[in-house]
Ligand binder design. Structure first.
Ligand code: GLU
Length: 595
C-alpha cells in the first residue's frame, strides 16, 4: 500500500535526533524484494512500513525503534493483519551482550473465560461465528509489547516512533489491489458492523483502486498514545470503548448476523502484561537457532523438527531430505498438539532434547508413516524405538493472515517480529471512532474440552500460537533472521527456509521464493503447485499424499521476510517476491549508492 509522502519524516515533530537532509538527495524508495548494503536493513510486506523503519534507522534509531515504528505503520497500511487491537512475538538479538531475548505480547483471555466458553448446548460454536464475535477477543498485547521493547532496548520514545504512522494515517496511502482484496474477503461481515463499514467501505462499497485511504481516527488514537503512553490504551476512556465494542458489538440493527458478546472487562485490560521469556534454542549444523517459547509453539516445533533431522545421517538426495522434512514435521506437530500450550507443565527441555529427537527419528523409514502420527514421550528416558502412545489432539485452526518484519541496525542488533490480529480483519469490529480492528485471537484455542489438550481456553490464558520469529547465530554472531505469516503453516515455512538455506545451498532470496509444502500431522501434505510439479511423483512413490494447499489464499503458503548477515558488515534484506503481492526490502546504504 503506497504512501503519499516522500520526505514526511523530515517534518515529523517529536523526532529530536539530528535530521540530515536525506530525502532530497536519495533515490526514491522502490518496492523490491531484495536489497543489499550496509548500515542497517529492513524487510516487511509493505513499502511504507519498510520506509518508516529505514528512516528511523537513518535518524539514529536502533532496530527496536525501527521495528516498533514499522509495526505501527503496518497498523495503518495493513489494518486487516496488524493493529493496535492485536498481539505478537518479538525476538531481539542484543549486539552488546550477544544474547537473544523475547517478548510475548500475545492476547490474553478474560478472567471470565472458561474451558467451555466456545461451547453451546453441548456443541462448539460454528467457527465463523466464533471469529466474528466478542468472545474471540483477547486483551490486546501490542502496545504493552512496544512499551517493554522500547524501555529495555530502544533509543527512542513511543511518542517518537509513532510519528511516522500518525503521518501515514493522516495523509493517507494509495489503495492497491491487495488492500481491495483483503477488504473484499471481509465484505459481508464488514457491511453488518457499523463502524467497520464506515471506515473500510466508503459509500458502502469496496475502496477504489488508486484512491487515497485516510484514517484520521487512528491518527488521533496514535496521538493519544503518543501523549499519554500505554496507559492511554489500557486504562481510561479508550479501554472503556474497547470493552464496550467487545461486550456490545456495534452490529447494524437491520442485520440478522449473530455476533455474540464477549467477556473482556476493563480489569482484563488494566491487568495485561507483556512478558519477557527465555527463547528456545537448538543447535543445527553448527548454528544456534533461537525461537519463541510457549505460548507459541513456534520455537519448540521448529526446534524439535530440526533436532530430528540432524539426528539422522546427512543426505545429499533432495527427495530423501524432503521426505525426512515432512516426517519430522509430522512427528513434531503430534508432540506440539499433545504438549504445547499456555500450561505450566510444557516439557520444553525434553521436547528440545537430542535424546527425544533420536527416539522420534527412529520412526522415520523409507515410506511415509501411517496417519496420524501419535505423540511421543518426552520423559527424559530415551532408547530403542518405542511405538508412540496416545491419541493426537486435533490441529486447531489458525488463520493465515499475520505479518512478519525483520530489522537490523548498524550496531548489529536484530529484531524478528511477528504481529497479528488472527484472521484477515480480526473479529471484524472496529472500535467506534478509533480506527482499528479488534483481534479474534482466542479462536486459536481448542473449542472442545478434552483432558489431554494443553490448548483449552481459561481465565488469563494465552492461546497457543504458531508464530515463529527466528534468529540464527553462527559462532555467536547473527547469521540470519526470518519469519512469516501463515497460521499453523508458519512453522513449516520457517523450517523449509532454514533447510533450503542451510542444507540445500540456496541463497536466502532463493530459500524464500522456493515452492513450499506443509505437513502438520494431517492425512495429506498440502503444497504449492510448483512443489507438487517438482517433487509430487517422487514423494508419492515414498507413500506421501500431496494435495494443493487449500488456502486461504488457495495455492500459496506464507509471505516471509528475512535478513542475512553476509560478513564484514554487509547485509542482505529479503522479502517475499510474489506471494500476497510481494514485500519490500531496504537497506540504509545500498551497495549501489554513490555517496
Ligand atoms: N493466530 C495465528 C497464530 O498465532 C497466526 C495467524 C496468522 O498467521 O495469520 O499462530
Amino acid at each position: 500500500m503506497r504512501l503519499r509522502y516522500l520526505a514526511g519524516l523530515l517534518l515529523v515533530p517529536g523526532l529530536v535526533l539530528p535530521v540530515p537532509a536525506l530525502a532530497e538527495t536519495r533515490k526514491p524508495y522502490e518496492k523490491q524484494p531484495v536489497a543489499e548494503g550496509y548500515g542497517g536493513a529492513v524487510a516487511t510486506v509493505d513499502l511504507d512500513a519498510s520506509r518508516t523503519a529505514i528512516e528511523i534507522l537513518r535518524r539514529g534509531g536502533n532496530a527496536v525503534d525501527a521495528a516498533v515504528a514499522a509495526s505501527a505503520t503496518l497498523g495503518v497500511t495493513e489494518p486487516f493483519v496488524a493493529a493496535l487491537g492485536g498481539g505478537g512475538f518479538f525476538l531481539y538479538y542484543d549486539a552488546r551482550t550477544g544474547r537473544v531475548h523475547t517478548i510475548d505480547g500475545r492476547e490474553t483471555a478474560p478472567a471470565a473465560m472458561r474451558q467451555d466458553s466456545f461451547m453451546e448446548n453441548g456443541a462448539p460454536i460454528p467457527f465463523a461465528e466464533a471469529v466474528t464475535s466478542g468472545l474471540s477477543v483477547g486483551a490486546p498485547g501490542t502496545v504493552r509489547q512496544w512499551e517493554l521493547a522500547l524501555r529495555k532496548w530502544g533509543k527512542m520514545s513511543l511518542r517518537q516512533v509513532l510519528q511516522p504512522a500518525i503521518e501515514v494515517a493522516r495523509r493517507g496511502f494509495t489503495v492497491d489491489e491487495e488492500f481491495i482484496a483483503q477488504t473484499a474477503v471481509n465484505l459481508d461481515r464488514f457491511k453488518d458492523i457499523v463502524p467497520t463499514r464506515e471506515l473500510f467501505l466508503p459509500g458502502g462499497n469496496l475502496p477504489v483502486l488508486g484512491s487515497t485511504f485516510r484514517n484520521p481516527d487512528l491518527a488521533r488514537t496514535y496521538r493519544e498514545l503518543a501523549a499519554g503512553g500505554p496507559d492511554a490504551f489500557y486504562r481510561g476512556s479508550l479501554a472503556a470503548e474497547i470493552v464496550d465494542a467487545v461486550r456490545r458489538p456495534p452490529v447494524d440493527p437491520a442485520s440478522t448476523r449473530n455476533v455474540r458478546p464477549g467477556l473482556l472487562t476493563v480489569d482484563d485490560l488494566r491487568g495485561y502484561r507483556a512478558v519477557l521469556r527465555e527463547p528456545t534454542r537448538v543447535g543445527y549444523r553448527g548454528l544456534d537457532v533461537y525461537g519463541m517459547a510457549p505460548p507459541s509453539s513456534g520455537g519448540s516445533t521448529v526446534g524439535e523438527a530440526l533436532n530430528i533431522i540432524s539426528s539422522l545421517p546427512k543426505t545429499g538426495d533432495r527427495v530423501e531430505a524432503l521426505h525426512r522434512y515432512l516426517e519430522a514435521s509430522r512427528l513434531s506437530y503430534a508432540d506440539r498438539g499433545r504438549y504445547v500450550g499456555d500450561v505450566p507443565d510444557v516439557p520444553l527441555k525434553e521436547l528440545l532434547s537430542t535424546g527425544f529427537a533420536r527416539e522420534r527419528a527412529c520412526l522415520i523409514g523409507e515410506r511415509a508413516m501411517p496417519h496420524p502420527a501419535t505423540p511421543g514421550s518426552p520423559d527424559g528416558t530415551y532408547g530403542g524405538c518405542p511405538a508412540a502412545g496416545g491419541t493426537p489432539d486435533p490441529l486447531t485452526y489458525e488463520g493465515p493472515q499475520t505479518t512478519h518484519l525483520t530489522v537490523a541496525d548498524k550496531w548489529g542488533n536484530v529484531v524478528a517480529y511477528t504481529i497479528t490480529i488472527e484472521q484477515f480483519g480480526g473479529n471484524g469490529v472496529v472500535v467506534p471512532g478509533r480506527g482499528f480492528l479488534l483481534n479474534n485471537e482466542l479462536t486459536d484455542f481448542s473449542f472442545i474440552p478434552s483432558a489431554t489438550d494443553p490448548n483449552l481456553p481459561g481465565p488469563g490464558k494465552r492461546p497457543r500460537s504458531s508464530m515463529s520469529p527466528t534468529i540464527v547465530l553462527k559462532d555467536g554472531r547473527p547469521f540470519l533472521a526470518v519469519g512469516t505469516p501463515g497460521g499453523s503453516t508458519i512453522i513449516t515455512t520457517v523450517l523449509q527456509i532454514l533447510l533450503n538455506r542451510v542444507d540445500f545451498g540456496m541463497s536466502l532470496p532463493e530459500a524464500l521464493a522456493a515452492p513450499r509444502a506443509t505437513q502438520r500431522n494431517t492425512p495429506s501434505t498440502f503444497a504449492e503447485q510448483a512443489f507438487i510439479d517438482a517433487y509430487g511423483p517422487a514423494l508419492t512413490a515414498r507413500g506421501h499424499t500431496l494435495a494443493l494447499f487449500p488456502g486461504p489464499p488457495a495455492g500459496f503458503i506464507g509471505a516471509a521476510t528475512g535478513i542475512e548477515f553476509t560478513g564484514h558488515g554487509r547485509i542482505q534484506a529479503v522479502a517475499e517476491p510474489t506471494r500476497r503481492g510481494g514485500g519490500s526490502a531496504l537497506v540504509v546504504r545500498p551497495l549501489d549508492d554513490d555517496d
